[in-house]
Structures are given as structure tokens and as C-alpha cells.
Design a protein around this ligand. Structure first.
Ligand code: BGC
Length: 770
């Protein structure tokens, strides 16, 4: 844990400069707009430790796999989220010395991420080795209003004497990935040009051949007056720099406004990129910094209007949840079904790929409540579009007849994960994709998607489960052997309760959807059955048999579902007996020791109970919760949120609150000592789940929204909004009552504390709390 940031409800704030924290701050203060994003690298040169990172959505590199022992079925590559050309750079030389904070005495340093408005700000005073003292103030943003553009305003003032200043804004395509497997360069440079106050360059990824074009335009003002001096131009392959030389009087302010455009061949014809880049840049420049910023702030205001959670009485919790909501919205805007949400978003390189089961299991519940249904639909369509690749993936592993195994990690539908115990065994991901279709359908009521697209995915997934199980003559049950559950601290286990449960649920849900499709769209169903060669006599019969005879391990002595076969052969120690110096286990213990221990990395049986809560009575949930919570080390960021939801359901509010703080402030307070690698973007959605499904008790049952709000003892109140089937509801919860306001014109039925209410459009109900 490393707690150095100020608590504030709307800002993340760092005061005082410490180079040892710089990499962590670069992650935490990252900005993005769904189309691109970047770590909070300094604009000016910095010779201290830094992870340079700018990323363009959907642009990746298939880095050649590096493994010790090749196994058949491994993918050839691991897709890397690609460090893209650096477009923020502005170097300064003052009296022939570089402005480099690693070499200056820095005072009054303040870095602020303004989450309300989506800007990154930095103010400081630096004393250069020569004794020159400068005051600096910087603001930058990546526009949400025009997501191929961004702008930087950099102001610098010599405060103790006149200075000769050289300002050099640049674009640099010669960038590398720190995590490149073979130290290869991933880009080739295609074109560059410097002219007037601007320039552009185009770089192409090797192998995948994506083109990325960056353009810049610069304005220089001295004390508010436009400087007409022409810059000198320096360019070479992959690099364009302009240089302005000025004599600055003491107390005079030099302001540089660098406007940038970043376009890619994902959205433009390659041949049009130079022209389109200039066009996009020109219109941003014509608009100007202040109007650009205004438009950007307005979009943020709209986002907060739908997605904010207001907590009164607890600024730490407030800052935590806003930080998470902010980063999720910076990472994914939901307007492009080719994009997805990487575990690190645009904040670091680790994990590669863009899509894990994280999206379906954790992010979808967030987007369902806070964004129009089309956003989640695009996330589902992303998987629909990858169905063919998922079928190919399964085929490579020996499955047939249209069975699909979705990849553990992917960019374009192909598997690119290559650790056998995960790639081949962490197959529960297939179930999460089926569950997401169900989650979307029950929240939005959009059965059309289910029938037109969802069903095809469900059948392919069910075909996989049907072939993945085998019949145990000894148990007289179907079993699923050799898997890794969500708990990655055990591999190659038999009959992971979660996986077996999810598989049977997916089969059942597919059967129900087939029945529905036959009723509501018989012609569409027939067409689909023909397309995928589906025999609805034979295949469903086997599925029903599997559902009826699936083996689900159970531990009689404790009355709990058993994690997997053999779990109780392990020495049973609870987490409270672990010395805190031994944690996190994955940094302190050998892998051998981890595998032999009973400690659980992340919610596993409890993940299943969370998904299928209605099947179990409170006593059962409670027994399982107590048993597994005491053995779970939560060393996956995805873990605590599920425990919060269940703890809240069991009215263990204070425990839920402790786990909530951990999940919501995981990155701000760096609980796992790894924030320098990037943020845990997907688990941020879990934080939202923790409040909405935990403290607010949100569920959807029989087409109706259900809330059961409770208040952690140190919160005076909390308020949030939910988009539900065309309505927007605002819920306010305090010690005495719950007020639900229907802010839309669509009337809605809602169940609160087990009572039904019909709330017409533009009206509200007040309910006294139990
Ligand atoms: C977790 C996985 C998750 C991945 C990416 C791992 O540490 O165990 O469940 O999919 O991180 O977030």
C-alpha cells in the first residue's frame, strides 16, 4: 500500500514531486477518450524512471510468443497493446539547459486529475542547475467531443531573471514496448512532414499493418500576444520537431498551445490518412483551445449526469468510486463493436490483448446501468463477430460440429494467451459470455438481440460444453476434468464447482432461448438452425441429460459447495492466520507453494453463488460465504467486489464496506504494489457493482428492477442513477428513507424492500427504511 494522494471528491491530487512515485502517478493520472489514451508522461524531457505510453484503440501487434516448452494448440502470438507514437512531447531548453525535472530542484509541484472535466493539470516551480527559476502550468486533455483530437496548453515563466528559451514541440514515432518479447521494434515509419507551425507523421505496425497518423499544430504566445516567429524544422524518419527560439523577460509568460490529431487506418482509408489528418487537425485548430475544452467538458457533464454516484460523509469512498467511473468512461465509449475494454485500458502494457472475461463478468453490469443499451449491445456484438474465430479455436483443440471456445485473451477473436493452464483450462470464460447475453436481456428487455444474435452464440457455446464434459462410470455423473477456475491459484483441477455450475446453466439457458425463438420468430429460428446445421432433436436431448446428471461437488461436513475435487486434502488454514508480510502471496511465495495451499486468489464458488443467487437460500449463501471468504486472499483485483455484493446481501455491511474500500481504492492507494504497471480498469466496474448490487441491492427479477438499499455506518447518504428499459431513475438513500425519482417520461415498476411500486414518468416515491 502506498498512500500519497490527497483525498478530494472530484480530483486526484499529488503534491510534491518524488521521482520514485512517478511511474505510479503516470498510471493513476492517465487520460483517454475511448479512441486513444495515454499515461501521464511529462510533456518535457524527463531522464528519471518513466514508462512512456500512448495507445490507440484497436491498434495492436502480434508479438511472437515466448514460451519455455511449446504445446500443440498454443497460439503463435501474444497481442500487445501497442505503445503508439508520442504526440505530447514539448522539450524546453532554458539558457542552454534542458528543463528536466529529474535534474531540477522542484518546489510547489502539484499534479491534478480533474475527473469532473477530464483534464490533466500540472503546476510547479523548478530551479535549474544554472539557478534559473521557472514557473510552469500545464493542462491537457484528449477530446471526448472530437475523439481524434486533443490539446495541451503549456505555460512557462522565468521568475528570477531573463532567459533564452528554446521550445521544441515534436511527434515521435520511434517508440518501443517495454514488454516486447524479443526486443523487436513494432513500427515502421512511412512518412513525415514539417511545415509552418505544424507537422505530421505516419507509422505502420509491422505484421498487422495498421497505419497511425499523428498531426500537430503549435501556437506560441508571449504574455498573451501571438508570436509570429517562424520555427526551424527538424525531421527524420519517424520524428518531426519544430523549434522556436525566444528571449523571455523575467516574469514574462510563454504559452504554447499544441493541438494534436491522431487517426488510424481502423477508421480511415490508408490513402486518405495524410489528408484526413490535416483536415481533422485544421478544424480543431480553427475551433481553438477554449471552445475545444468547453465541448469536452460538456460531454463529461453528460457522462456524470448518468453515471455518478454521490456519497455523503465519506470523501475517501467518494473519490474511490468517481476514480473508477472516470477511468471506465475514458477507456470505452461503446460506439464501436470492434473495440473492447482491456484490463489495463490505455494505462500500461501489461496483459496485452484487449478482451478477457472481465468484460462480460464485470464491465457489462456497469455499462448496463450507466449507458444506453447500445453500448452493452456493442460489447455483445464484439463476441458475436468473433464467433467464427471461436469455432476455429475450438476446432484446433479437437472440438467439432460448430462448438465454440472463446479465447481467454484476444484482440481480433483469435486466442493469444499461451500458458496451458489458462489457455486450455480456464474455460469458464465461455460461460461468462453466455451469462452476459442473459444479463443484457433481463436488464434491457431486448429479446430481439437474444434471438437474432445471442442464440447463435449460445448454441455454439453449448456445443462446446456438451463435448467438454465426460461421463464418469464411477460417479455415474457427467464430470469436467482438467480445468482452472477463476481461482488461478490452482490449475488442472477436476470438477471445479463454478465451472460445472456455469456449464449446466448455459445449456439450460440455451434450451430456454431455443423455445423462445421457436415461439416468437419461427422463421428466423429455422433459418438459424439450417445455417448452423442444428438438430434440435438430438443435441438438446444430450444437453438435458448433462443438466440432469452433472456432478457438482459438495462438502457435507460444512454444508458448502466444494471448490473442486480434492480441495479438502489441502491443509486448511484461514487467511487471518497468514502473516501480513507474506502477502501478496504471488510476490512472496513460490508458485509450488501457492498451488499446494488452500488459499484462493479470487471469488470462485462465491462467483457462482453471485451469478445464481436465486437458487440458494440465505443460510446456504451464508455458510459458503464464511467458508470461502476466510480462505480468499483477493489477489485478483476482480475478487473483492463479488464478496461485497454477497456480504451486503447477508447484511454484513461493515465487512462489505471494508472490502469496498479495498476494491475502489485499489489503484489510488496501490494495495498490490503494482500500480506503476497500469490501472486495473476492468475491476473498476466491479467497484460500481459493489455499490449498486451491494449497498443498493440492485437486481432484475421477472422484468422488474429490485432495490434493497442499506447504508454503511459512516455514510450519511448515497445517490445514484440507473438506466432501465428506457427510463432513468435516480435513487437517494439516507438513514431514514429511500427516494426514487423517475426522471424520464417512461413509467417503471420497481420493487423496494419487497414492495412493488409503479412510478409514472417524472414523479417520485419515498419509502421509509426498514
Ligand atoms: C485474473 C483473471 C483476469 C485477468 C485480467 C487475472 O489476474 O485472475 O480472472 O481475467 O487477471 O484481469
Amino acid at each position: 500500500m502506498n498512500k500519497y494522494l490527497k483525498i478530494d471528491p472530484w480530483c486526484i491530487m499529488e503534491e510534491g514531486f518524488d521521482g520514485n512515485r512517478h511511474r505510479s502517478s503516470e498510471s493513476i493520472f492517465s487520460i483517454g477518450n475511448g479512441k486513444m489514451g495515454q499515461r501521464a508522461n511529462f510533456e518535457e524531457q524527463y531522464s528519471g524512471s518513466s514508462l512512456q505510453g500512448s495507445y490507440v484503440a484497436g491498434i495492436y501487434y502480434p508479438d511472437k510468443t515466448k514460451v519455455g516448452w511449446w504445446k500443440n494448440g498454443y497460439p503463435e502470438y501474444f497481442a500487445k497493446v501497442l505503445n503508439a507514437p508520442n504526440f505530447i512531447g514539448i522539450n524546453f531548453t532554458l539558457d542552454n539547459e534542458p528543463l528536466d525535472l529529474a535534474k531540477c530542484k522542484v518546489t510547489s509541484f502539484r499534479r491534478v486529475l480533474n475527473m469532473k472535466e477530464g483534464t490533466l493539470n500540472r503546476d510547479f516551480i523548478a530551479v535549474l542547475p544554472s539557478g534559473l527559476r521557472v514557473k510552469v502550468s500545464v493542462m491537457r486533455f484528449l477530446s471526448l467531443a472530437s475523439p481524434e483530437t486533443g490539446a495541451i496548453r503549456y505555460c512557462i515563466t522565468p521568475v528570477n531573471r531573463n532567459a533564452e528559451v528554446k521550445v521544441s514541440p515534436y511527434l515521435d514515432g520511434n517508440v518501443v514496448n517495454e514488454d516486447a518479447n524479443w526486443n523487436e521494434v513494432f513500427w515502421t515509419q512511412l512518412d513525415h512532414e514539417a511545415s509552418g507551425h505544424g507537422g505530421y507523421l505516419i507509422a505502420r505496425t509491422l505484421k498487422t499493418e495498421f497505419d497511425v497518423a499523428c498531426g500537430m499544430h503549435n501556437r506560441i504566445l508571449v504574455d498573451g500576444n501571438e508570436c509570429r516567429d517562424k520555427p526551424s524544422h527538424h525531421s527524420r524518419d519517424g520524428y518531426v520537431e519544430l523549434s522556436y527560439a525566444l528571449s523571455l523577460k523575467k516574469e514574462s509568460q510563454l504559452e504554447i498551445i499544441k493541438t494534436i490529431a491522431v487517426l488510424s487506418s481502423l477508421n480511415h482509408e490508408k490513402k486518405d490518412l495524410p489528408g484526413d489528418t490535416k483536415k481533422v487537425l485544421k478544424s480543431a485548430v480553427q475551433l481553438g483551445f477554449v471552445p475545444m475544452l468547453k465541448a469536452h467538458r460538456e460531454i463529461w457533464a453528460g457522462i456524470w449526469e448518468h453515471s455518478d454516484i454521490v456519497i455523503e460523509g465519506d470523501d475517501e469512498a467518494q473519490q474511490g468510486i468517481r476514480f473508477n467511473i472516470f477511468h471506465l468512461n475514458q477507456t470505452y465509449r461503446g460506439d464501436d463493436p470492434r473495440l473492447n475494454i482491456g484490463p489495463k485500458g490505455f494505462t500500461g502494457e501489461k496483459y496485452g490483448g484487449s478482451t478477457y472475461w472481465d468484460t462480460e463478468a464485470f464491465c457489462i453490469p456497469f455499462f448496463l446501468c450507466t449507458a444506453p443499451a447500445s453500448v452493452t449491445r456493442n460489447l455483445l456484438l464484439y463476441r458475436y463477430k468473433h464467433l467464427e474465430k471461436a469455432i476455429e479455436n475450438a476446432l484446433k483443440l479437437g472440438y467439432k460440429n460448430g462448438a465454440a471456445l472463446y479465447p481467454m485473451v484476444t484482440m481480433n477473436g483469435e486466442e493469444c494467451h499461451n500458458e496451458w493452464e489458462i489457455t486450455f483450462e480456464e474455460i469458464h470464460r465461455n460461460g461468462a459470455i453466455a451469462f452476459a447475453i442473459h444479463n443484457y436481456t433481463r436488464h434491457t428487455g431486448d429479446h430481439k438481440y437474444l434471438i437474432e444474435y445471442g442464440l447463435e452464440v449460445l448454441i455454439a457455446i453449448s456445443r462446446f460444453w456438451s463435448q467438454r464434459v465426460n461421463w464418469s462410470g464411477e460417479k455415474m455423473k457427467y464430470v469436467i476434468l482438467g480445468v482452472t477456475g477463476p481461482n488461478e491459484y490452482e490449475n488442472n483441477v477436476n470438477n471445479n464447482w463454478y465451472t460445472n455450475t456455469l456449464a449446466t446453466w448455459a445449456l439450460q439457458y440455451t434450451l430456454e432461448t431455443i423455445d423462445l425463438a421457436k415461439q416468437v420468430d419461427p422463421a428466423g429460428y429455422k433459418k438459424l438452425a439450417e445455417k448452423i446445421n442444428f438438430n434440435d432433436m438430438e443435441e438438446p436431448a444430450r444437453w438435458k441429460d448433462i443438466i440432469a446428471k452433472m456432478y457438482l461437488p459438495y462438502l457435507e461436513s460444512e454444508g458448502v459447495f466444494l471448490q473442486q475435487d480434492g480441495y479438502m486434502d489441502k491443509e486448511q488454514i484461514t487467511v487471518d492466520q497468514l502473516d501480513s508480510k507474506q502477502r501478496p502471496l504471488n510476490q512472496k511465495w513460490s508458485w509450488d507453494r501457492i498451488l499446494r495451499s488452500c488459499f484462493i486468489k479470487q471469488a470462485d464458488v462465491l462467483q457462482g453463488i453471485y451469478l445464481f443467487e436465486d437458487r440458494y437460500d440465505t443460510e446456504t449463501i451464508s455458510r459458503n460465504f464464511d467458508f470461502y471468504e476466510s480462505r480468499t486472499v483477493h489477489e485478483s483485483s476482480l475478487s473483492p467486489c463479488v464478496h461485497v455484493v454477497l456480504a451486503a446481501k447477508l447484511k454484513k455491511t461493515e465487512m462489505a464496506y471494508r472490502l469496498y474500500l479495498r476494491t475502489s481504492r485499489l489503484d489510488i492507494d496501490d494495495y498490490n504494489n503494482e500500480v506503476h504497471e497500469g490501472l486495473h480498469i476492468t475491476s473498476m466496474a466491479g467497484t460500481y457493482m459493489a455499490i449498486i448490487e451491494g449497498f443498493a441491492g440492485k437486481r432484475v427479477k421477472e422484468g422488474r428492477l429490485v432495490l434493497n438499499p442499506q447504508l454503511p455506518s459512516n455514510w450519511e447518504s448515497f445517490a445514484f442513477k440507473i438506466l432501465f428499459r428506457g427510463s432513468q431513475l435516480k435513487a437517494e438513500v439516507n438513514n431514514r428513507k429511500v427516494i426514487i425519482t423517475n426522471e424520464s417520461s417512461v413509467s417503471v415498476e420497481i420493487n423496494i424492500y419487497n414492495h412493488d411500486y409503479a412510478i409514472p414518468g417524472n414523479s417520485s416515491v419515498e419509502i421509509m427504511r426498514n
